[in-house]
Design a binder for this molecule. Structure first.
Ligand code: MN
Length: 745
């Protein structure tokens, strides 16, 4: 890794005395022997010699170089070689490649030297690793996912290059502690963004999880520490739970003569964190902190039948959730993963994921296709070739895979930058905090100027929606949209800010021209000669400061000129005001709301201004809302994520008013909650008890339907605000047998 090199390769940072150097020497040999031992099962006749030669070559080449930790540099290639054999199940060629992977780039050794000593294949691998390092590790620009894949493929005729590169990254991540913070962030971000998805794609689940966890340790240190701490603290309790859960199963498996192993595996820290964020729940509410894995030893021809027999036993004891059955035995995943997953309800009312698989499937799941060779006839190398061909196929196959690949990238972030994708999978880098509108302007000024909303990961969101890394964004535009001044508070990028300012000015100028035309036309209509017009009085009448302002409002339809005649006759001295109608007309309503620049305050302005809450999205205090001026019903308040809102904004943008909630009043709002769970005697009773007695919420209606032991209920109730609603939902989620509680949109 070149970017690490500058700091990593410090020559003799600390003077070592003779004993220390002696100790180091023996430690190097010890590690070399450990590598040899782990290669044993795959080793053929000349393999040992070749590995020795590679080790000696690397040792000499890196002589005197040290890692940032102060350790001899050779520790790194030795560790990478061990990952390659122990954790990826690769053979001698890869071990040799791993030992030599940094020599050409970092030392005086040339590619010709490598070819002379090790032949063409190894030389090509080392060459590929050197080039990849040059392209990825030195460049500061972020690669597009698709480009990354292409470059990887072109630079690596031999897929082993990619595998060694992953091993190299894994070791660098394991030893990232000594790096300065900014390097840590860059390397960790890249790892989460490129290497973990790649490992996942190639079926190296264990490595993928470790890369993600290590990346999170640096990008989100607080969350990482919190989750590790809590996992540690709750270990005893979990162990007991696993014991209780598996006890009856173990007895039954034994009775039926199975050879099996049961593991209670904690989920990766990263996946727990993802879940907490996705469902917005605290650690304590993540129910599947671990999965129970049942691994059976069985004959190849009985694999499938036996896995289903185990499934049958498990579900005799525990009720399964039919929605969560995954059969990857009948149809394995593209990367070779085979397993039977089900989620069952334990006797204490907790959902538990149970994974059922054979020993062979388990090894493939942990080590990817690499584990295949053990189960194939013939030599290890030919099986490896077959596997390598399979990976190439996987990476090269065109149909839909570019997008799949992008999907895998929905991962982590650098703290200052986020990575998002266009619908076609092009990657864009934006500063942290960027919104859908920033993205639109990043694509093109016209797209930004006409942006009325966006679909983020296929979900409709307002233009102010904040983006996160991995989002895929489709911008929705309308011919009628134009840039607004208040957009300036929505965007964070300088580009968008500049463009909005220009466009607002431009748009305003155009509208002012239009407005003047309308004004002049109206004058002609009522047969008034322009020179006789006292513009000052007209401005006073319409309460605007300048003629430009007047024309602008005319063009915007905020001022319609039906009373132009009165305006022309307006006398500022007598302050004779045009006799108004009682009740507010549409125009007056607009004027009134537009008049004070502040937002409409719901709950306070009631009485002063007529408004009501829309029935389509049923906003409650705390929701993001806006007001929409109608001609017959006053102002209607919608949630900003209401699908109607986008339609309204696109067609009638000028009728939109800002609105916010006041916290002062205790008004109850109607909203709906959907609950699903396991049908249990008295579940309705429990739910209603929580709602009405404990939280004193008024229910309007409740309907519950149950099928096959599961129920789905819809409850309409009155709440004060989102906080109130969230407390209620949180409380409901804690009830026994409840699987999900969500607000109805
Ligand atoms: Mn390296």
């Amino acid at each position: 890794m070149a970017e690490l090199r500058k700091i990593r390769v410090t020559k003799h940072p600390i003077a070592k005395d003779a004993t220390e150097l002696e100790q180091e020497k023996s430690e190097i040999l010890k590690r070399y022997r450990a590598l040899l031992r782990s290669c044993k099962p795959t080793m053929e006749k000349d393999d040992k010699k070749l590995i020795r030669l590679a080790f000696d070559t690397a040792l000499n080449a890196h002589e005197g170089m040290r890692r940032r930790t102060g350790e001899p540099y050779i520790f790194h290639p030795l560790a990478v070689a061990r990952i390659v054999t122990e954790e990826m199940g690769l053979g001698t060629t890869s071990v040799v490649g791993a030992l030599l992977h940094d020599t050409v780039e970092d030392t005086n050794i040339t590619l010709e030297d490598i070819e002379d000593r090790f032949g063409k294949t190894i030389a090509k691998i080392v060459d590929g690793l050197t080039k990849i390092s040059g392209v990825f590790d030195q460049g500061n620009t972020s690669m597009q996912a698709e480009n990354f894949r292409k470059v990887l493929l072109t630079l690596s005729d031999d897929v082993r290059v990619i595998l060694i590169k992953i091993a190299d990254r894994l070791h660098n991540m394991r030893t990232l502690e000594m790096m300065p913070r900014n390097k840590q962030l860059k390397i960790a971000g890249e790892t989460a963004f490129i290497y973990a998805p790649l490992a996942h794609r190639l079926g190296f689940y264990a490595i993928k999880n470790e890369l993600e966890d290590l990346a999170m340790k640096y990008t989100e240190p607080q969350a990482y520490q919190e989750i590790t701490g809590k996992l540690h603290a709750s270990k005893k309790e979990h162990d007991k739970f696993i014991n209780d859960f598996t006890k009856p199963l173990i007895e039954e498996f034994k009775k039926q003569g199975f050879n099996f192993e049961i593991k209670g595996r904690p989920k990766s820290i990263h996946s727990i964190w993802e879940k907490m964020k996705r469902q917005q729940i605290p650690f304590e509410e993540v129910y599947d902190l671990f999965a129970i894995r049942i691994i059976i030893d069985t004959l190849p021809e009985k694999e499938k039948a036996d896995c289903w027999r185990i499934y049958s036993i498990v579900t005799d004891y525990y009720v399964p959730n039919p929605d969560r059955l995954r059969d990857w035995i009948s149809t394995p995943k593209a990367n070779g993963y085979e397993s039977l997953h089900t989620t069952v309800m334990s006797s204490s009312g907790k959902w538990v994921e149970v994974q059922i698989r054979t020993r062979r499937m388990d090894e493939i799941a942990e080590m990817g296709y690499a584990a295949h060779w053990k189960y194939k006839e013939g030599s290890a190398e030919s099986a490896l070739d077959e596997w390598v061909a399979k990976i190439r196929e996987l990476l090269e196959s065109p149909e839909g895979n570019a997008l799949d690949f992008v999907d895998d990238f929905k991962l982590n972030l650098f703290s200052e930058e986020i990575f998002v994708f266009t619908p076609k999978g092009d990657l864009r880098t934006l500063p942290h905090g960027s919104t859908a509108l920033d993205f639109a302007f990043d694509i093109h000024t016209d797209i930004g100027s006409r942006c009325i909303g966006a679909k983020v990961n296929h979900r409709l969101v307002p233009i102010s929606h904040k983006l996160t890394s991995g989002d895929q964004i489709e911008i929705i535009t309308s011919e009628k949209q134009y840039p607004k001044e208040d957009w300036l508070s929505i965007v964070v990028t300088a580009k968008a800010k500049g463009k909005i300012k220009d466009a607002v000015r431009e748009h305003r100028k155009r509208l002012t021209d239009d407005g003047k035309e309308i004004f002049d036309k109206k004058l002609r209509q009522i047969k008034v000669v322009e020179s006789s017009v006292n513009m000052n009085n007209v401005l006073l009448y319409y309460k605007v400061a300048t003629t430009a302002d007047l024309y602008y409002r005319v063009a915007m339809n905020v001022i319609d000129l039906h009373d132009l005649r009165e305006a022309l006759q307006f006398d500022p001295k007598t302050r004779k005001v045009n006799p108004r109608k009682a009740g507010l007309s549409f125009e007056e309503l607009v004027k009134q709301v537009r008049g004070n620049n502040d937002a409409l305050v719901i709950g306070e302005d009631i009485g002063k201004i007529a408004y009501k809450l829309s029935s389509c999205c049923k906003p409650i205090p705390g929701d993001d809302v806006f007001g929409f001026i109608t001609s017959d019903e006053g102002i209607i308040i919608h949630r900003t994520n209401c699908p109607n809102a986008i339609k309204l904004m696109s067609n009638y943008a000028f009728r939109i008013v800002k609105a916010k909630w006041t916290g002062a009043k205790e008004i109850a709002f109607l909203t709906g909650v959907r609950i699903t769970g396991v049908d249990d005697v008295g579940v309705v009773n429990h739910i209603t008890k929580v709602i009405s007695s404990e939280l004193k919420v008024n229910m309007r209606s409740i309907s519950i339907e149950s099928t096959d032991g599961l129920f789905e209920g819809t409850i309409m109730l009155f709440v004060l605000d989102t906080k109130h609603l969230n407390t209620l939902m949180k409380r409901l989620r804690k009830l026994k047998g409840i699987m999900s509680v969500s607000r109805i949109d």
